[in-house]
Design a protein around this ligand. Structure first.
Ligand SMILES: NC(=O)c1ccc[n+]([C@@H]2O[C@H](COP(=O)([O-])OP(=O)(O)OC[C@H]3O[C@@H](n4cnc5c(N)ncnc54)[C@H](OP(=O)(O)O)[C@@H]3O)[C@@H](O)[C@H]2O)c1
Length: 345
């Protein structure tokens, strides 16, 4: 019935994207949505509150096969991680009023979610709700799984993190400091370097854009070499790190953002050091570790409450700001976790 429908603003992907994504690859559209879950379905209808801008969304803007995530469908709303409020539910585990976070929130005001079992119900609400797009959501779990599960860290080890001030990197560095490691991060602006050193407590940080010789920069900060590299960028940085790894070092390959907009990926020259230095280099996807989420919350919520961990967010208001926010990840415009507010609860 007409009165059960409300207008629904959306961000639509125009077509598959080549090269760097642009705002004009996405268009704004207003449609309508039925305000009830279809009879007999186990879907949930949600009001979207916070959207997460994530580098991996770039993969979904190209036509890919055999990836761990599906491509977006041109002409349809972009989807991604987000926080939402349940308005109607056909699923026994969710009821009206529940707050949830998950990976298939539409870039629109209201979404009908047909895979609610992939969503987490939000229990703790005495923290900013936007945290469930960052420290208490997918990026937080990525930092946790990548650092504790993949890197096998030990007190006193020498840790290097690239894209260190971002959604994931800022947490890896703080986890490593809490464990008593020596931590250095790289990032792309002076403001980010200040954050790393003065807010997140990194021992050192450098602006990779100002270093002509990344190998020399790493030797300056790690005269004895690197035990753990938390890889977020790939390309030339990975090559330089390989020259500086210590015996039995570990490289957790979380992301390679420098490669995401290239038509052809760059080659890596120094892989022979994996043998010489007996290095374990391991890629991982956070989804494989979601069973650890309750354990992660038990660790991180007290850290937040006791002020032992800080989390910097870059929050923009309004669905119409989302394309600019997403595109900005690839030029380093975001300072901290990039979040878009669609509606306040
Ligand atoms: N494996 C997984 O399951 C998983 C899950 C989440 C994220 N990730 C990956 O983790 C990495 C960090 O994600 P995030 O959400 O924390 O993003 P983020 O760091 O908050 O944002 C991306 C940052 O990457 C840096 N960057 C952009 N282009 C670059 C380039 N060409 N070279 C070097 N740095 C560049 C920019 O910072 P600067 O100003 O410092 O350049 C930008 O701010 C990404 O590679 C992402 O794909 C993986």
């Amino acid at each position: 019935m007409a009165e059960e429908e409300v207008s629904n603003k959306q961000i639509i992907l125009k077509d598959y994207v080549n090269g760097f994504p642009k705002e004009s690859d996405m268009i704004f559209k207003t449609t309508t949505v039925k305000f009830k879950v279809p009879e007999g379905s186990n879907a949930i209808l949600v009001k979207n509150l916070y959207l997460s801008c994530d580098p991996a969304m770039r993969f979904r803007m190209r036509k890919t096969e055999g990836s761990y995530v599906d491509s977006f469908v041109p002409g349809s709303p972009i989807t991604g991680h987000g926080v939402a409020k349940v308005l109607d539910s056909g699923h026994p585990n969710f009821k009206k009023g529940d707050l949830v976070w998950g990976r298939s929130v539409g870039w629109e005001e209201y979404s009908l979610i047909t895979d609610p079992e992939t969503f987490f119900k939000i229990g703790c609400t005495n923290v900013p709700l936007s945290y469930y797009t960052g420290i208490l959501g997918m990026p937080g779990m990525t930092a946790y799984a990548g650092f504790y599960e993949v890197c096998s860290p030990k007190e006193g080890e020498f840790i290097f993190i690239s894209a260190a001030s971002g959604a994931v990197g800022q947490l890896v560095g703080q986890f490593a400091k809490l464990m008593g490691c020596y931590v250095v991060g790289s990032a792309g602006t002076k403001q980010k370097i200040d954050l790393l050193k003065n807010k997140f407590g990194f021992d050192e940080a450098f602006n990779y854009k100002e270093e002509h010789d990344l190998d020399a920069a790493l030797k300056r900060y790690f005269p004895k070499g690197i035990d753990i590299y938390f890889e977020n960028v790939g390309g030339k940085m990975l090559d330089a790190v390989l020259l500086n790894m210590r015996l039995n070092g570990r490289i957790a390959v979380c992301g390679m953002i420098s490669q995401y907009n290239l038509e052809q990926f760059e080659g890596i020259h120094n892989l022979v050091f994996l043998i010489i230095k007996r290095i374990r280099m391991e890629g991982f996807i956070v989804f494989d570790y979601y069973h650890l989420y309750p354990k992660f919350l038990d660790m991180v919520l007290p850290y937040i409450k006791e002020g032992k961990i800080d989390y910097v967010e870059d929050i923009v208001e309004g669905l119409e700001s989302a394309p600019t926010a997403l595109v900005g990840l690839f030029s380093g415009r975001n300072v901290g976790k990039q979040v878009v507010v669609v509606a306040h609860e």
